[in-house]
Design a protein around this ligand. Structure first.
Ligand code: NAD
Length: 236
């Protein structure tokens, strides 16, 4: 029986690399992305199924889980990865943009967890990995609302890890540094000129795969260029 993986935000960047990696290992992938064309292209490439939807709505996550069940009859791995950068200046506040960033980066993860749990349980357990960020562990002054959302999902993972582990569902997060994807395309040249190393999406995908199988519930994997991922543990 193949492993079935649901990946949000998989039309591009880190999510696409995760879909490629998991499907190369034999998993069946269910792709959910706002970008329907990109999702379809990726699903064709990896031999999976796709759905266009907005993770900030409950319906999108529910529909993606239903697609997994209808197509493959089960669900084992869930990568809640879709995210957008903030660009909200807290001084010149843009309420609409603020709500959008929280809607995608926080609601999208909460709705994703809520939607996938019943099918994960019926499938005998499984694992959820959330894409947070290094900005979810340390302050990133350049983008305060993004930083806030990435801390929020780390809090959710920590709070859920113990209770979910009791029913055989693991939840963890990856916390990557800057990764060479379209999300940071605007700053790429600056990084390169400054000799600042970037992660590749494939580097992060390898960490996501190991986070799925982490022994400790609530493991937060710090991913940085040129180093093995480090599990972040905190006292208490
Ligand atoms: P990306 O822009 O390449 O990919 C993001 C994908 O998410 C796109 O396919 C986009 O269409 C999709 N998406 C955006 N909003 C969506 C929504 N509302 N519903 C469904 N899909 C949506 O970016 P990426 O760098 O691969 O980012 C993936 C995740 O990694 C994000 O959560 C991001 O915050 C996080 N992250 C990125 C970096 C980095 O430096 N690139 C570092 C740390 C964490």
């Amino acid at each position: 029986m193949s492993t079935v993986a649901l990946i949000t935000g998989a039309a591009s960047g880190i999510g696409a690399a995760v879909a490629r990696r998991l499907s190369a290992g034999g998993a069946k992938c269910v792709i959910l992305d706002l970008d329907g064309e990109g999702a379809e292209r990726l699903a064709k490439e990896v031999g999976g199924v796709w759905l266009a939807g907005d993770v900030s709505t409950e319906e999108a996550s529910r529909a993606a889980v239903a697609l997994a069940e209808d197509t493959y009859g089960r669900l084992d791995l869930v990568h809640l990865n879709a995210g957008i950068s903030g660009g909200v200046d807290v001084a010149a506040f843009d309420v609409e943009r603020y709500r959008r960033v929280v809607g995608v980066n926080v609601d999208g993860v909460v709705f994703g967890v809520a939607a996938c749990l019943p099918l994960l349980r019926r499938s005998g357990g499984g694992a959820i990995v959330v894409t947070s960020s290094l900005a979810g562990l340390v302050g990133f002054g350049g983008d305060p609302i993004y930083t806030m959302t990435k801390h929020a999902v780390v809090g959710l993972v920590r709070a859920l890890a113990g209770p979910l582990a009791k029913e055989g569902v693991r939840i963890g997060a990856v916390c990557p540094g800057f990764t060479d994807t379209p999300l940071v395309a605007g700053a790429r040249e600056m990084f390169v000129n400054a000799g600042f190393p970037l992660l590749s999406a494939a580097d992060v995908a390898a960490a996501v795969e190991s986070a799925f199988y982490a022994d400790e519930p609530g493991t937060l994997l710090i991913v940085q260029p040129g180093r093995q991922p480090v599990a972040y543990r905190y006292a208490g």
